[in-house]
Design a protein around this ligand. Structure first.
Ligand SMILES: NC(=O)c1ccc[n+]([C@@H]2O[C@H](COP(=O)([O-])OP(=O)(O)OC[C@H]3O[C@@H](n4cnc5c(N)ncnc54)[C@H](O)[C@@H]3O)[C@@H](O)[C@H]2O)c1
Length: 424
């Protein structure tokens, strides 16, 4: 059952708004592509009167996206896409200074998380914007009365896209969704460089460990895993990769990492980082082998990559060691440390991705929303890629903002590359 909140949303403390404003403005300075889109949106009003419910990590970068959508004419409400990822000061500022109803409190329990999600859906969205597909899944299972009003949606992350593709396959998806994650200007940079840097930032803020010399086990060598492994190597860690995909495992070997099974890695790792989008990647058999003092965290979307119920069963108790660090006392006397309750560590203990990469991710979100308003009626109930010209346009604008120039094909080169007979 939906719980209806007041129009203004539900945030921790409106008195935090001033701090939030400074953070939002700081992030805005690093988001030149989104700034350009906002300027055009203000003039053209492409989202005029469109009700948008967005379920995203409530960070300073997301605030800039929400403001851009609002400035483009949309009627936006926002809720958190994870109970631990909200920046309370940003949520307060969105409500107080920007009149964007926001339902998000860092550390909210599961019941509050879902009540916030339902409050965002009470807005009767025409567009949904998801990070993990929680809005869409709630709509098609519990809020089916709202489906007829929805023209389309966007999805931010790998795990959400996997869920949506499964829904499209069995006919559960009821409207077209654009997979922002699949845009090159999203996953090549956000997943790799964003998650790479911010995951280590989260671990360092939570533990203050020295990464140099530690054995860091990275589970999953996808876009995020590559970034995390690369950055840990840069810190001087001895990086070990675990994979289930043979091609990705070869890539990790050739990138210079040791690859082994988790059963083997469990015995030697000092820090374990899961970024697979899978469940129980670290499970009971691994906890039993880990060294005293081993640290575990997750940067994949859901808090199921580390089997926390098994960890609870195998331990005799837990106590907080530091903020975002829980010490589990194992029955044989070893101590294992779980960071950020197994939730996205980069958002739980740090601030998520830097604004510079979110600039491209959220430019994709804003332009995909505009595209859906224009074209949703031509689309079916499937998951669509971001149109290639939008992706390329964002790359071009980003390069310009960085002051980087690149060469152009000469007419002769264009002809050569388009021809099969040249070169024979
Ligand atoms: N922390 C963040 O801010 C952030 C940002 C982007 C994406 N994500 C999330 O991170 C996760 C990974 O995203 P991605 O884009 O790297 O996905 P991806 O599909 O590119 O990579 C996932 C990798 O994990 C591997 N894998 C699956 N099960 C495994 C197992 N049991 N053991 C070892 N490896 C396994 C897969 O073979 C694949 O190579 C997703 O849940 C995604 O939603 C988080």
């Amino acid at each position: 059952m939906a719980i209806t909140h007041s129009v203004g949303g539900d945030v921790k403390d409106l008195a935090l708004a001033e701090h939030g404003k400074r953070k939002i403005e700081w992030a805005n300075q690093q988001m030149p592509v989104l700034q350009l889109i906002r300027k055009r949106f203000i003039k053209e009003q492409p989202l005029k009167g469109i009700r948008v419910s967005a379920c995203l990590h409530v960070t300073s970068e997301t605030a800039n996206l929400a403001i851009t959508l609002r400035d483009g004419g949309a009627d936006v409400v926002l809720c958190a896409s994870n109970p631990l990822s909200t920046q309370d000061e940003v949520a307060a500022c969105l409500v107080k200074d920007y009149n964007i109803p926001t339902f998000a409190i860092k550390g909210e329990d599961n019941a509050t998380y879902y009540s916030h999600l339902n409050a965002a859906l009470d807005h009767k969205p025409q567009l949904t914007m998801d990070d993990g597909a929680d809005l869409v899944t709630t709509l098609v299972t519990k809020r089916t009365d709202l489906i007829p009003a929805v023209i389309g949606g966007t999805e931010e992350t790998t795990t959400g896209v996997i869920r949506l593709r499964a829904m499209a396959k069995d006919g559960t998806l009821k409207y077209p969704v654009i997979s922002v994650n699949d845009a090159l200007t999203k996953h090549l940079f956000d997943n790799r460089y964003g998650t790479g840097q911010s995951t280590l930032d989260g671990i360092l803020r939570a533990t203050n460990l020295l990464l140099a010399g530690l054995k860091v086990v990275v589970a999953g060598y996808g876009w995020c895993g590559r970034g995390v492994a690369m950055r840990a190597k840069g810190h001087g860690s001895d990086v070990i990769v675990t994979e289930v995909n043979p091609t990705r495992a070869i890539e990790a070997v050739m990138d210079g990492f040791r690859v082994m099974t988790m059963a083997e890695a469990a015995r030697i790792g000092d820090i374990f980082i899961t970024v697979t989008g899978d469940k129980s990647v670290l499970a009971g058999e691994h906890f039993e082998r880990m060294k005293d003092g081993a640290v575990m965290c997750n940067s994949g979307h859901f808090n199921v990559e580390i089997d926390i119920p098994a960890l609870e069963r195998l331990s005799s108790g837990k106590k907080p060691a530091r903020p975002f660090v829980d010490e589990y006392a194992m029955k044989d006397g070893r101590r294992l440390y779980l960071l950020g309750e197994g939730r996205l560590i980069n958002l739980a203990a740090a601030e998520g991705h830097p604004a510079v990469v979110m600039d491209m991710s959220f430019a994709n979100q804003a332009l995909s929303a505009e595209y859906l308003v224009k074209h949703a009626s031509e689309l079916s109930k499937q998951v669509y890629a971001v149109p290639e010209d939008i992706d390329k346009q964002i790359a071009k604008l980003k390069l310009e903002s960085m002051g980087v120039q690149i060469d152009k094909l000469t007419p002769e080169q264009e002809h050569y590359l388009a021809s099969w007979s040249e070169g024979t």
